[in-house]
Design a protein around this ligand. Sequence first.
Ligand SMILES: Nc1ncnc2c1ncn2[C@@H]1O[C@H](COP(=O)(O)OP(=O)(O)O)[C@@H](O)[C@H]1O
Ligand SMILES: [Mg+2]
Length: 242
Amino acid sequence: MEPEILLKVEGLTRHFGGLAAVSDLNFEVRRGEILGLIGPNGAGKSTTFNVISGFHKPTAGKVYFVGEDITGRNPARISRKGLVRTFQHGSLLREMTVYDNMLVATISLMRTRPERDRRVRETAEMLHLSDQLHELVGNLPHGLQRMVSIAIAFSRRSRLLCLDEPLTGLNQIEVASALAIFRRIRDEFGSTILLVEHNMKAVMEICDRIVVLDHGVFLAQGRPIEISQNEAVISAYLGKRK
Ligand SMILES: Nc1ncnc2c1ncn2[C@@H]1O[C@H](COP(=O)(O)OP(=O)(O)O)[C@@H](O)[C@H]1O
Ligand SMILES: [Mg+2]
């Protein structure tokens, strides 16, 4: 049985020179939830992702995943344990097909070509990409490129999927479709999702709980209804946006 707390961040701090991008941050991600991590631009959301996924070393603090201290481990080891993230600014191979981009992601997962092929096709179907498998990624509209990034991360069937602003540039219909996909990923595959996102309407709709950062500092956490009524959050963040 997996523990209830999948990810635990303790006193997480990351400085860049004199800048404290994240300061003494504490939060937990519970198994099976969709946890939103929000805050204004520069709040430290991507830095938090970079540290928990091993791309940056923390200046101080600890990261525990499934009860194990993974602080400072390299990204490959962390993703093998089941913590996978997407990047805010894509890391796709634009000159290659959707199929090949996704196939690359399965190489370390499966030994045989038929197994990899099955995983790519199942994942593509889940993300509504089956009809685009043989198109070049660079030729796809932006919304579908975003879906390819998520498909690559999801092809690992990870325990924790960390998505960095996956809805940027998507139209309303694409957002609705993406949210339905996130729910299916959670409900059908038992994955837990940590979601950094600017689209407040979507965050409020899909998240079970939300953690709010401002200037690298923890500001609030709670259910969407609590966050939308929190005075500190409203003045720091929601009040500035539509
Ligand atoms: N690699 C880096 N080098 C220097 N400063 C950085 C780096 N990454 C992020 N920062 C700074 O850290 C702060 C938090 O950035 P970031 O985590 O990207 O915020 P968010 O994702 O919430 O918009 C910002 O002031 C940003 O300029
Ligand atoms: Mg960011």
